[in-house]
Design a protein around this ligand. Sequence first.
Ligand code: SF4
Length: 211
Amino acid sequence: MDNLHLLYLKAMGVTLYKVRSDDDSQQQQLSWVNLAHEVATCRACNLHCSRSNTVLGDGNQQAKLMIVGEAPGFYEDQQGKPFVGKAGQLLQAMLHSMALSREQVYITNILKCRPPDNRTPQDGEVKQCTPFLRQQINLVSPQFLLVLGSVAAHYLLNTKNSVSSLRGKVYSYENYAKLIVTYHPAYLLRNPQDKEKAYKDLQTLTTVMYS
Ligand code: SF4
């Protein structure tokens, strides 16, 4: 199908799903390798000065569910993997509550380098780094996005509203993925009284995924 036909179908609101051929898979692998290299050598913002490792993402690159958090912390920076500290253990428990394992989903963050002392990412850092996230979302092409915390929610939904006002609803990301916002596991560790609300959000997501 040529590009003109694709544009017509897109204008009509038709969503196309295509089976990945071997050529597509090879192209995908090449794109992932290029992306990993770009991130590993990136010096676009000052966070490159203090990082030990960049943290691109982890999990199934063809997952139906993609999870987007905020930024690497101490252990993530040390190991080059997202969500490996206490917040990672809680995320794992959250996934288990949906009968999912870490290997079945793709996990990443808004920023690929750790902000000093785990401070909140600055607007300039988010602006410089999020083209990498966009590439990841395009490559994984998930059907569902679980967005953890305000930094990721503000960027992906282009809003400044609080997580408590954004959670409990199902949003559309670029007209192809369903998106749900909940609290970041690091926030839940500090505010365990909100865990019940987060588990309700996960139930909503489970219902949406299997309906
Ligand atoms: Fe590059 Fe992102 Fe790391 Fe900044 S945080 S240096 S933009 S990879």
